[in-house]
Design a protein around this ligand. Structure first.
Ligand SMILES: NC(=O)c1ccc[n+]([C@@H]2O[C@H](COP(=O)([O-])OP(=O)(O)OC[C@H]3O[C@@H](n4cnc5c(N)ncnc54)[C@H](OP(=O)(O)O)[C@@H]3O)[C@@H](O)[C@H]2O)c1
Length: 274
């Protein structure tokens, strides 16, 4: 009887030991969204997020906010932004086509993330005015205000002429290429993030891969949440300064390995010849 009892106790001990090991392993292997180095670098920094109400920007806004970081969401219409996304965020009204409106938006800002974009082929808010001239206006204002880094969410096909997006979007890819060039010329630290195609897959579940844009191929896809994590890491990590790349999900187990890839990525825009 006593023997059976001590066997049961040993079995219970073994079970709890195995559970502890398994649990610990699971916790240790779980990927964080942006990494400790990013969080440390962004502590005490003020971030202006252009395009915070957009398809990409709203994911970046929510992640920055959930991480407890100091972010200002820029929009042309604060009431509309509050109705759609809520008043828990700090909103600021500004229009990148109107340089005067940017002065208050960039005041005290350390880092700009821009997901501002337009594919309007005509009118006052065309891709030329928003992507190209707007990036110039925002980068100029940010530099004057003392910001140090500007992360732009743009395209993996910037500068490509023969592309259907140019036909429907007022030569949008040409203007994106020019936007990237004005950013590089601004003297700010730049990070140029070209997403793969984007889908709704949940964050931190798949491997993230950062690759030179020249390696981008149709069919590559990244989830909104993973892309937002990449953008936030790009805003914070010292080794992300002046990098140009495509962000995609890839085959493999999710891990934090992508965070150490920035330093290997190109610094050139490598745009197609005009
Ligand atoms: N969506 C995709 O599947 C996809 C895929 C690959 C790459 N990208 C790239 O990701 C970037 C963001 O795209 P998105 O799809 O997120 O764009 P989006 O949903 O169309 O959002 C555009 C954002 O730009 C802002 N905006 C437009 N005109 C502005 C102006 N004159 N001044 C200030 N803000 C202005 C809008 O803010 P308000 O209206 O609130 O002012 C909005 O937040 C683009 O460079 C795009 O090429 C997107």
């Amino acid at each position: 009887m006593l023997e059976r009892f001590s066997m049961l106790v040993n079995a219970a001990r073994l079970f709890s030991f195995v559970s502890l090991v398994l649990f610990h392993t699971t916790v240790a292997a779980a990927p964080t969204s942006v990494g400790d180095e990013t969080l440390a670098a962004l502590q005490g920094k003020t971030i202006l997020l252009g395009g915070a109400t957009g398809a990409n920007g709203n994911h970046v806004l929510r992640q920055l906010h959930d991480l407890g970081l100091d972010v200002r969401g820029m929009t042309r219409n604060v009431d509309r932004a509050i109705k759609k996304f809520g008043s828990q965020y700090t909103w600021i009204k500004a229009d990148v086509t109107d340089p005067d409106s940017l002065t208050a938006a960039v005041e005290g800002v350390d880092i700009v993330i821009s997901a501002v974009a337009s594919m309007m082929p005509f009118g006052s808010n065309t891709s030329e005015k928003v992507d190209h001239e707007g990036t110039l206006n925002l980068a100029t204002a940010a530099k004057a205000a003392g910001a140090t880094r500007f992360v732009i969410i743009t395209s993996s096909s910037s500068g490509v002429k023969d592309h259907f997006l140019n036909t429907i979007g007022g030569n949008v890819l040409i203007w994106k290429g020019k936007a990237e060039q004005v950013l590089v010329d601004s003297g700010l630290e730049y990070v140029v993030v070209g997403p793969a195609a984007i889908d709704d897959s949940p964050g931190a579940q798949q491997m993230i891969s950062l690759i030179p844009r020249s390696e981008y191929r149709a069919g590559m896809v990244i989830g909104w949440e993973d892309l937002a994590s990449v953008v936030i890491a790009a805003a914070g990590r010292p080794d992300a300064a002046n990098r140009v790349f495509t962000a995609t999900n890839a085959e493999g187990i999710a891990s934090d390995a992508w965070l150490s890839r920035f330093a290997e990525l190109p610094t050139d825009l490598n745009l197609p010849p005009e």
